[in-house]
Design a protein around this ligand. Structure first.
Ligand code: C2E
Ligand code: CA
Ligand code: CA
Length: 766
């Protein structure tokens, strides 16, 4: 019925869009108001026609839509819309569910310009009887939220906001309704009082008046003696409790006590009948005649006789069962995850806050932050439906590990779960829970005939209430989980301050790394390479540094591994090569000598296997106007161990072009020396560890023998030998005696700015 009468209005809305330059969004809101009107108008006790009612709803719809996108987000408007709907008499029992149902199903889609309706207008909307808005059983709203939501984040945000707007609207609605009923109650109280005080003067008239209010009242009214015996109740009260029989003669209000009565209720009652207070008001549970539960908002007033002595008690009861159920359901929805039914982040944080605020001595706690390993791959390759089923299965298994009431499991994000253990020290063991959770996931999960292996990384934080704040607990759990992942996953790690600090430092460096190159935060120092026979500077090794805005100058050992992990080493390495080549050209120009200074540049394994290594290097040399023999690329021994011919091809091509290749850190790997013959290298850089034993005289005889052996082998293979880490004159002299060709080390110079090399080289020349 409603959809027929509502159809034309929706069509007119669409026509507007076609015929007039009305903004599309306004058009969508008009359609929204149309749907809303059709759902709610039949339930409103309003005198407005459907057209007028729709006109009334349109500005409300606009306010909700504006609130949905407000920044900062504010629900006040929704609260007021709730009140406005009560003003329009939308007060029948089913009205609020219908109001919320339409908002839930259509507000988001009608508020985002460019996004079409989630379903064709008029096809379906939550019906007035609440068929799409479930009762206390707690299923979800109809509409888009029924489908698994895999919308982009913006949509999720909009949905979350929409739910909060519904909560605010419901709160405003209930408050306004309550206010009206309170006005009504006051009128009744006044009439009852008047009935008493004016009894002598106009007994009949006032009793008739009281009777009229009493009988006609929407809220339940009852009078009992001070001993609790029920004397009279009105129809509304009888209906509320399931029939007049409930209040059959002789019944006493003390029989109506519910086992879960709110604390303090009995006390209030006792004070009242003893004449110590004149009224009280509480929300209170009861059982109806059929045993079902009823919640009332109950105001009990003491009626005194003309001398002021207590005489009767007057009870005014408002049935708030539905409001409460709605409130509970909204609360449930706000605190539970739709997919798995587990508590969500909100509820988890509430519990955590309670635990952390508890008395410091007693309460210990453990938090486990679990993140599935490789879940994204499952989602991407097998689809969201399988992904969701996997999450549900994981949630069930994890739930079986936690023991209420001291343990709580929540789903706090896509594949992230948080578990909380609380209680006395002996029973509080985050690691124990983490172990149980991993064990619970050990068996593969079967979905659609597939066996999916589930792995997870868990960060465990143990602590004592009062000693640590919520933010720190969560951050520490997050960092520790990340450590578990970095250590290979499928394990748990326990938080400790040192590891946290390391991860944070690493994390902050990794974050800053990508932009550092653009911001020009890297620079290069050059360390001279000295010919041992005559002590002249033959060139320099380029060593990169990072001038970090917070941490100052960082050495390559602190960031090269991160750059390698993130792939940034390729552009960074190319930049170093460009700088170094340009620098070598400058040195050569300044020395007016094209043969002298050469530059050594380190290569990472990622660069070695990068397809453009050869072409990039050739281009860099050409741009700088440098011949290939002016460049030496340093590759570590470890990077070449086991490399096959294909892997070596780029290096061989570069060597064929005339670029020198040096085997860096030689002696630290365990390569077979005869293997050297296969490599396209022309130099060995003997690792510092071999020459350390020669810093002082007499030199370590074993080191001497080794160096002697390596030098002779290298020379046999036609390889030049550079020694690293020369720090003393004794060492330099010894190494020269052993036949080493070139030396590098603090004895000559520490790494420094390029100008210094020029000065050193000039000093040689003079
Ligand atoms: P490396 O290639 O073995 O470089 C020599 C390292 O030894 C340098 O450390 C240098 O400062 C240090 N050193 C030089 N003389 C002495 C000495 O007499 N005594 C002592 N104790 N140390 C000395 P640095 O600059 O910290 O570089 C560390 C490593 O970082 C380098 O080791 C190299 O593997 C890497 N690296 C530096 N720049 C780059 C680059 O541009 N790209 C790549 N991929 N790696 C680089
Ligand atoms: Ca090197
Ligand atoms: Ca080295």
């Amino acid at each position: 019925m409603t959809s027929e009468s509502g159809g034309p209005r929706c069509d007119r809305g669409a026509g507007d869009a076609a015929g007039h330059p009305a903004p599309r969004e306004n058009d969508q809101l008009r359609r929204f108001a149309g749907i809303w009107c059709r759902a709610v108008h039949p339930l409103a006790a309003t005198t407005m026609t459907a057209e007028e009612f729709e006109g009334y709803l349109l500005p409300l719809a606009q306010r909700l839509s504006a609130a949905l996108r407000s920044s900062p987000f504010d629900t006040e408007a929704a609260y007021e819309v709730g009140a406005a709907l009560v003003d329009a008499q939308c007060t029948e029992p089913d009205a609020l569910p219908a109001i919320l149902g339409v908002i839930d199903a259509h507000l988001v889609s009608c508020s985002s310009p460019g996004v079409p309706f989630s379903r064709p207008s008029g096809e379906s909307f939550p019906g007035p009887s609440g068929e799409s808005f479930p009762g206390p059983s707690g299923e979800s709203f109809s509409g888009p939220s029924d489908e698994p939501s895999h919308e982009p984040l913006a949509d999720e945000e909009a949905r979350a906001r929409c739910v909060r707007l519904q909560h605010a609207l419901a709160a405003g609605f209930v408050r306004e309704l309550r206010e009206r009923e309170r006005d009504e109650q006051e009128a009744i109280s006044r009439a009852a009082m008047a009935a008493r005080t004016e009894a002598e003067k106009a007994l009949h008239a006032s009793e008739a008046k009281f009777q009229a209010v009493f009988e006609g009242a929407v809220i339940g009214v009852g009078i009992a003696g001070l001993d609790g015996e029920v004397l009279v109740v009105n129809d509304a009260m009888a209906r509320m409790f399931g029939g007049m029989d409930f209040f059959r003669p002789g019944r006493n209000v003390t029989e109506f006590v519910h086992p879960d009565d709110v604390p303090g209720a009995h006390e209030l009652y006792r004070e009242l009948v003893n004449g110590e207070r004149d009224h009280f008001r509480i929300e209170k549970p009861h059982y109806r005649d059929d045993g079902s539960e009823l919640w009332t908002n109950l105001t009990v007033t003491l009626l005194r006789d003309s001398s002021g002595a207590p005489q009767y008690q007057l009870a005014l009861a408002e049935d708030i069962t539905e409001h409460r159920q709605l409130r509970e359901r909204l609360r449930y929805e706000a605190t539970h995850d739709e997919l798995t039914g587990l508590p969500n982040r909100t509820l988890f944080l509430e519990r955590l806050d309670q635990v952390l605020a508890a008395d410091a001595d007693a309460e210990r706690f453990g938090v486990c932050y679990l993140d599935l390993d490789g879940f994204k791959a499952v989602n991407d390759s097998l689809g969201h439906v399988v992904g969701d089923r996997l999450l549900t299965a994981v949630a069930e298994r994890l739930q079986r590990c936690v023991k209420a009431p001291t343990e709580l499991l929540a789903r706090v994000g896509g594949d992230e779960f948080l578990a909380l253990v609380t209680g006395p020290a002996a029973q509080t063991d985050g690691a124990g829970l983490a172990r149980r959770m991993l064990a619970a996931l050990a068996e593969p999960v079967r979905i659609e005939g597939r066996e999916l292996r589930v792995r997870a990384s868990i960060g465990v934080v143990d602590g004592r209430a009062g000693e640590i704040g919520r933010a720190e607990v969560l951050r520490s759990a997050d960092i520790t989980m990340y450590r578990a992942k970095a250590a290979g996953g499928n394990r748990f790690e326990i938080a400790d301050a040192d590891s946290n600090a390391r991860v944070i430092a690493r994390h902050s460096l990794t974050n800053g790394l990508p932009s550092a190159l653009e911001k020009g935060e890297f620079f290069i120092e050059y360390q001279p390479l000295v010919r041992l026979t005559d002590g002249t500077v033959r060139g320099a090794e380029a060593l990169v540094r990072w001038l970090h805005p917070l941490h100052g100058v960082l050495g390559p050992d602190q960031f090269i591994p991160l750059a390698e992990d993130t792939g940034l080493i390729v552009p960074l390495g190319r930049w170093v090569l460009e700088q170094a080549a340009r620098q070598a050209r400058e040195w050569r120009d300044a020395a007016e000598d094209d043969e002298s200074l050469r530059v050594n540049v380190n290569l990472s394994p990622c660069q070695l296997s990068h397809p453009t290594l050869v072409s990039d290097t050739v281009a860099v040399l050409e741009n700088a106007g440098l011949c290939p023999s002016a460049l030496c690329l340093e590759v570590t021994e470890n990077d070449l161990i086991g490399a096959d011919e294909t892997a070596l091809r780029p290096l061989r091509q570069l060597a064929d072009l005339g670029v020198d290749i040096a085997l860096d850190d030689f002696g630290t790997g365990y390569s077979n020396l005869s293997y050297l013959r296969r490599l396209p290298v022309s130099q060995l850089k003997l690792d510092r560890s071999f020459t350390r034993g020669m810093q002082r005289a007499p030199a370590d005889p074993v080191d001497v023998k080794i160096v002697e052996g390596i030098v002779s082998l290298a020379h046999t293979l036609d390889l030049a030998v550079t020694v690293e880490g020369v720090e003393t004159a004794v060492q330099a002299e010894h190494l020269r005696g052993l036949g080493c060709d070139t030396a590098q080390g603090w004895y000559y110079a520490r790494p420094g700015p390029p100008e210094r090399l020029h000065t050193l080289a000039l000093a040689d020349a003079s």
